[in-house]
Ligand binder design. Structure first.
Ligand SMILES: Nc1ncnc2c1ncn2[C@@H]1O[C@H](COP(=O)(O)OP(=O)(O)OP(=O)(O)O)[C@@H](O)[C@H]1O
Length: 247
């Protein structure tokens, strides 16, 4: 993904006329696929998940991506993080990006919590020294000290989330992408995460948040972008975006 130079005062994220199409399969088995091919039936149809999306996020902004199920929010976050690329258009980002997109996506089930902290923090761009310095803080925030040497395949989904979240928010990031993951943790942990996210925002980090918890996102983010039918239906004050979602 192209990146702006870090030395210039430019926006954090520039999404320009982004299109993303997925192929939807219409066959289930090898036999069906074979028969469809023989009958020259179309095996897939194109689905335009994002159909010409443009927006710019300035450094230090907190932006909520809103929209109903399937409107393309997670796809947009994955494009910003660089996990997937657009079919047309461009996504440009500046600075280090950490995505809390798929909980523990970089976690290895056969490694312990401790080993996964090192692995994931390294993936997120931290040096061994940086991780050593933050290790205790990461573990303390996750509150799973007792299980830190247990293989993560034995963790509950909430424990997994705690560790993944803790690693991500203790890395040196410029842009933090957060997808719905707060809903997995229990309420005290959610509150703690929100407080930490606010701290990061106050420290000038850029936030892009996806959540169906409209009250939470409108408190956290001043700006809301509503996606609908693959397009931007609204881009403005988050309170107005929430009103549109509830209309
Ligand atoms: N890899 C894929 N292959 C096929 N279709 C996909 C793929 N990824 C996403 N889609 C489709 O693209 C559309 C947008 O999905 P996306 O996950 O971005 O929506 P969302 O707004 O995050 O939804 P939700 O609120 O339900 O999480 C959906 O219709 C989804 O089925």
């Amino acid at each position: 993904m192209p990146k702006y130079s870090d030395s210039l005062a430019l926006p954090s994220v520039v999404v320009d006329d982004v299109h993303k199409t997925f192929k939807l399969r219409h066959t289930h088995s090898v036999k069906e696929t074979f028969l469809a091919a023989v009958k020259r039936k179309q095996l897939t149809t194109d689905f335009n998940a994002l159909d010409g999306i443009s927006f710019t996020i300035e450094e230090g902004e907190a932006v909520a991506l809103m929209g109903f199920n399937g409107s393309g929010k997670s796809t947009m976050l994955k494009l910003i993080s660089g996990v997937i690329v657009p079919d047309r258009g461009s996504v440009m980002t500046r600075g280090r990006i950490a995505g809390l997109i798929e909980v523990g996506a970089g976690f290895h089930p056969d490694l312990s919590g401790r080993e996964n902290i090192y692995l994931n923090a390294a993936i997120l761009g931290m040096s061994k020294k940086e991780i050593d310095e933050r290790y205790d803080e990461i573990v303390a925030f996750s509150e799973i000290e007792q299980f830190i040497d247990t293989e993560v395949k034995h963790y509950s989904s909430g424990m997994f989330l705690r560790l993944a979240f803790s690693v991500a928010i203790h890395t040196e990031v410029d842009v933090l992408l957060i997808d719905e993951i707060l809903s997995v943790g229990d309420e005290p942990f959610q509150e703690k995460c929100l407080a930490r996210i606010r701290e990061l925002h106050d420290a000038g980090k850029t936030l892009v948040v996806v959540s169906h918890d409209l009250d939470m996102v409108s408190r956290l983010c001043s700006r809301g972008i509503v996606l609908r039918g693959g397009n931007v239906a609204f881009d403005g004050a988050s309170a107005e975006a929430v009103a549109l979602m509830r209309a």
